[in-house]
Design a protein around this ligand. Structure first.
Ligand SMILES: O=C[C@H](O)COP(=O)(O)O
Length: 244
């Protein structure tokens, strides 16, 4: 079974661009604080010094606080590129490292195998989360390969934030199958991709461990500032799912 987050409804992953936003996300009850620079792309990465500062701040929190994740940047599905970027982020001490695999029907399993081989040493020492992009139409039958490679979790997101939200690319039945496939293999599962408040109930019903948000947290688009009121509304919506 999945190393699920400590709540019945999905946890709330909040992507943050700065240390100040990290504090806001913690105060607002995020279950996973996700260090990501949205101005640098779908999985834009933080600089090394800022990552170190965030990890130090997270380690100083009292017990029972959120998990911490970080993205490694947008890279092609090439072994050296992914392994180098993932190693840099993992070296910061961040407990969850999110690695995007820009896989399409055309470059699926053939591209994935060498990437997973290159990441295997890191997967033995760190908790890696594979991110697949719904708008690239990846073959979701690849989920078991991440479990075999020692990953801790898989999530779906979108690469092109102008191309519509997650559920415009994959229907709920497919998303449910993705979540179930992850859980059958002991992988944490996450769903994201331009999600809004209206997505929380239908996606919570599919049983993922967490839902991820950036754009919905910002009043002026995902590269704008994180708005505590928007975070509070999403937090309340997920809590309502837990109570339902
Ligand atoms: O990991 C989650 C992402 O930050 C989601 O970003 P988004 O809501 O802008 O698509």
């Amino acid at each position: 079974m999945s190393p699920a987050l400590p709540c019945a409804a999905p946890g709330l992953l909040a992507s943050v661009a700065t240390l100040a936003e990290m504090d806001t996300a913690i105060a607002g009850g995020a279950d996973i604080v996700d260090l990501k620079d949205p101005a640098q792309g779908a999985l834009g990465a933080w600089e090394t010094a800022a990552l170190a500062a965030a990890v130090a701040r997270w380690r100083a929190l009292p017990p029972g606080g959120p998990l911490l994740s970080a993205t490694i940047g947008d890279h092609p599905p090439e072994p050296a590129a992914l392994a180098t970027a993932a190693a840099r982020v993992a070296a910061s001490g961040v407990p969850l490292v999110k690695i995007g695999f820009a896989l399409t029907p055309a470059n699926g399993p053939e591209a994935l195998a060498p990437c997973l081989s290159a990441l295997a040493p890191l997967a033995r020492t760190h908790r890696l989360i594979a991110v697949l992009f719904a708008d690239l139409k990846p073959d979701l039958a690849m989920v078991p390969a991440f479990a075999s490679a020692g990953f801790a979790g898989v999530m779906l997101d979108t690469a092109d934030k102008a191309a519509g939200p997650l559920r415009a690319h994959l229907d709920d039945r497919t998303l449910a199958a993705f979540v179930a496939s992850a859980h059958m293999r002991g992988l944490m599962s996450g769903l994201a991709g331009a999600l809004t408040l209206a997505d929380t109930a239908p996606l919570a019903a599919l049983g993922p461990d967490y839902l991820g948000f950036r754009g919905a947290l910002c009043a002026e688009g995902r590269t704008g500032a994180l708005d505590p009121a928007r975070l509070a509304a999403l937090r309340a919506a997920l809590q309502a799912q837990a109570a339902a």
